[in-house]
Write a protein that binds this ligand. Sequence first.
Ligand SMILES: Cc1cc2nc3c(=O)[nH]c(=O)nc-3n(C[C@H](O)[C@H](O)[C@H](O)COP(=O)(O)OP(=O)(O)OC[C@H]3O[C@@H](n4cnc5c(N)ncnc54)[C@H](O)[C@@H]3O)c2cc1C
Length: 446
Amino acid sequence: MTESILNVNLITRNDLCVSCGACKHACPAQAIQIQMNDAKGFYEPIIANESPCLTCENRPCLAVCPSYEENFVELAGWSDPAQQIGPYEAIYTGYNTDSEVRKRASSGGIIKELCRYYLETGQVDGVITLRHIEGLEYEPNVYTEVDDVLQTPGSIYHNINFEKAIEILKSRPGRYLLIAIPCQLTSIRKWEQTCREQVIGQIVVTVGLICGWMFTRHTLQHFARWQGVDYADLQNATYRGGDKFGALVLETSTGSHSFSRRPNFWKDAHTIPYQVAFSRTYNNQRCLLCVEHLNYLADLAVGDAWLDAFKHEKDGTSIIIVRKKSVGAVVEELIVSGRLALKPATEKAVIDSQSADLAQGISAQRIINRLKAEGHFAPTYTLPAPVMEQASESVWQKNYLEPKRFREVTWATGGYGLYRWRIIKRWLITFRNEALKAVVRWVKRK
Ligand SMILES: Cc1cc2nc3c(=O)[nH]c(=O)nc-3n(C[C@H](O)[C@H](O)[C@H](O)COP(=O)(O)OP(=O)(O)OC[C@H]3O[C@@H](n4cnc5c(N)ncnc54)[C@H](O)[C@@H]3O)c2cc1C
């Protein structure tokens, strides 16, 4: 690999790929392939022959990359710094009144109802969202029938290859509703701008997921091994549905293994192994530098309403940010017709439901500032009200340095050994804390 050639290798060298696949489609020389990097546990671009890059002028692979440069003021039309969660028209909390759809969904089942509406009214010809291929593999697919779109998966938290979405837009005419996490949507919008001549299918509505982070494949690899489930034989992995937390379900050829996603330390032996595997240590590194968790470019963004007001509800409740007027009118129609049960909410509710740090990417911005100050590569993000200060030692250590060191070891060798060691450490700390709490409770009762 030649360090001096400026191309998407800059992103892979820094482990910042999100597997959107936009660089592959933007490369005029078709020199980029997206492949699983088993050591890293995620898909990333490979350039077999860099010679076309020597004469490539505008670096389209970097121009479309969500880990290189983003100007959210321009891309999202977000000029008002007083709007802390990106531009918006309305905010709601609530759920789908079809209880079957709500139960099967990741949170309130809002997305399925929007898909149903847009397909039924003929405002779109298809919905672009995930379908399961095999094992852990999911890919974007076009759904044209309401019944089919209702069967699409809930949230998939492990790394997947999203390149097919652009392949669809390059090859299939029609008007589409696209469902995507923030980095996927940003790259697609940038690809549309950079490669206008290739765009055949039109995205007319975008429904964005609020996204904290995704996980590398090492999460499932290690957790499955600890639980005695054969990772190589995994037929599928799903995370949500059933109730508002849902269960991680690992399917193998010999049966299905279900693990509650809110395990209880005293009751469930998988509590600590689960917490360690699904900690930020296993995130794709770009997720640690993400400032767009709230999906600024989506016409409507949906997430979980993790708020006190709903903590006793058994089924999921969503928080919804309407960013585009025309989609707001559809939401109002769905409320009036009784298909969605929604109540107005506030910007504060959005921030509280995700934590201010995550909602506004505060730690991420600080880490980016520090990386740049120390002469390292980091993405450049333009926001109306950026956080300027450097990362404090604790943010730097806990949110960035520790996961980075861990990843380096995991990728090189002995990742599973380290995983086991972290479980033991965490188990001892949790046991001590839980035992102390139990003693305090016992003393109070006396
Ligand atoms: C990786 C990831 C991280 C998330 N993190 C948060 C968070 O921190 N806070 C929060 O409030 N919400 C988060 N969410 C969103 C939340 O889990 C729900 O997806 C969201 O509330 C929509 O729920 P629903 O019931 O309306 O949608 P559902 O009916 O469950 O539909 C989900 C739709 O999203 C599509 N989808 C699922 N996974 C992916 C994926 N990886 N990439 C692209 N499309 C996908 C499915 O195909 C389906 O169409 C995350 C989602 C993902 C995928």
